[in-house]
Design a protein around this ligand. Structure first.
Ligand code: F0G
Length: 349
């Protein structure tokens, strides 16, 4: 298989001279979701981005950003992150032989993501502040020093993430009617919209999908219309109060005739558990925000029977085992005794 950004190079700033840094990203499953389809009365698919090499959609953007950084001479890359960008940047920079500098909001990053970043050799600093403050520092440093910022403010990140839209159209054989997804720093919704536009212009699809973005209620600046100074939600990946992609996300919403709404942490957790229990898919809490929003719209009768809806499950559930355990019953401890185990499970001959 060619690397993702080689496969789609005609739509990207990738030439024969680009030293493509790849870990085998992309080509993630588009999984039919029968239980969710019944609930919303339309055909629902899950784009399982947790199947990327570092377990999130960030790899689509990072292969592009790190390859282009290498093409223009290499040096260190730097990012602020709620976790997944850091994990991805650390892995691709390691692969490219580049240094990776990471700023995280102290104590606010899921364990799996931190483990990935440190294991891959990133130099990690925990900032006593939130993601928005960390990103502000990264913006300054990348202006003042020769380090390449690989947050989604880097246009190559967005370009790489357009491949998610291309893949969905290739896998479905058409564009979906709706796309539902979580929104944090608002890069991914902007990237998907750009991707659909690009594919439409190239004659690869007919109808533009409507973009449905969902923020967590405690971190919903795009819904409130103003920055949130102290964002809070169980979905730590989207705990962001002043998104860098603000303008382009609003454009994606308005140009597509979609919406950006907020969902409560209770709705996020309910969707997170339902995905596991009903579809067998373990995603991280932020990813479930898009599904939670779709379910709410479904209950309101928003969808029609012929509609197709793709939910972007942005990150793998194993990223954040602590949250999974915190919303689940603890396993019962029993002696190593078959009769007691059988009784506990209610087994009958
Ligand atoms: N879902 C997950 C799992 C994420 O990690 C993020 C963002 C989003 C959704 C939101 O995407 O920012 O493009 O709107 N994570 C970033 C990070 C901020 O640092 O890993 P967005």
């Amino acid at each position: 298989m060619p690397a993702l950004i080689r496969k789609y190079s005609e739509y990207l700033s990738v030439t024969d001279a680009t030293p493509v840094v790849t870990l085998g990203e992309g080509d993630t499953p588009l999984l039919p979701a029968p239980a969710l389809s019944r609930q919303v009365g339309a055909e629902v698919y899950l784009k399982v981005e947790g199947c990327n090499p570092t377990g999130s959609f960030k790899d689509r953007g990072m292969t592009m950003a790190v390859s282009k950084a290498l093409e223009s001479g290499g040096g260190a890359v730097i990012c602020a992150s709620t976790g997944n960008t850091a994990a991805s940047a650390a892995a691709y920079a390691a692969r490219a032989g580049q240094d990776c500098l990471v700023l995280l909001p102290a104590g606010k990053v899921a364990m799996g993501k931190l483990a990935q970043a440190v294991l891959c050799g990133a130099k990690v600093v925990a900032i006593k502040g939130n993601f928005d403050q960390a990103l502000e520092i990264v913006r300054l440093l990348s202006k003042q020093y020769p380090v390449a910022m690989v947050n989604s403010l880097n246009p190559y990140r967005i370009e790489g993430q357009t491949t998610g839209a291309f893949e969905i159209v290739d896998q479905l054989g058409a564009s979906p009617t709706y796309q539902a997804m979580p929104v944090g720093n608002a890069g991914n919704i902007s990237a998907y919209w750009a991707g659909y536009q690009r594919y439409h212009d190239a004659g690869r699809m007919k109808r533009m999908p409507k973009m449905l973005g969902f923020q967590a209620a405690g971190a919903a600046p795009l819904v409130l219309g103003e920055p949130v100074s102290d964002p809070e939600t169980i979905a730590s990946a989207i705990r962001i109060g002043n998104p860098a992609g603000w303008r382009t996300a609003i454009e994606a919403r308005d140009q597509s005739g979609g919406l950006i709404e907020m969902v409560t942490d209770e709705e996020i957790v309910a969707a997170y558990r339902d995905l596991g229990r009903q579809e067998g898919v373990f995603c991280e809490p932020a990813s479930a925000a898009g599904v939670a929003g779709m379910l709410r719209l479904g209950r309101q009768g928003y969808f029609n029977p012929g509609d197709t809806i793709v939910c972007i499950l942005t990150g793998h559930g194993l990223k954040d085992p602590e949250t999974a355990l915190s919303v689940s019953p603890e396993p019962l401890a029993l002696p190593a005794d078959s009769a007691q185990v059988a009784t506990h499970f209610g087994l009958e001959r």
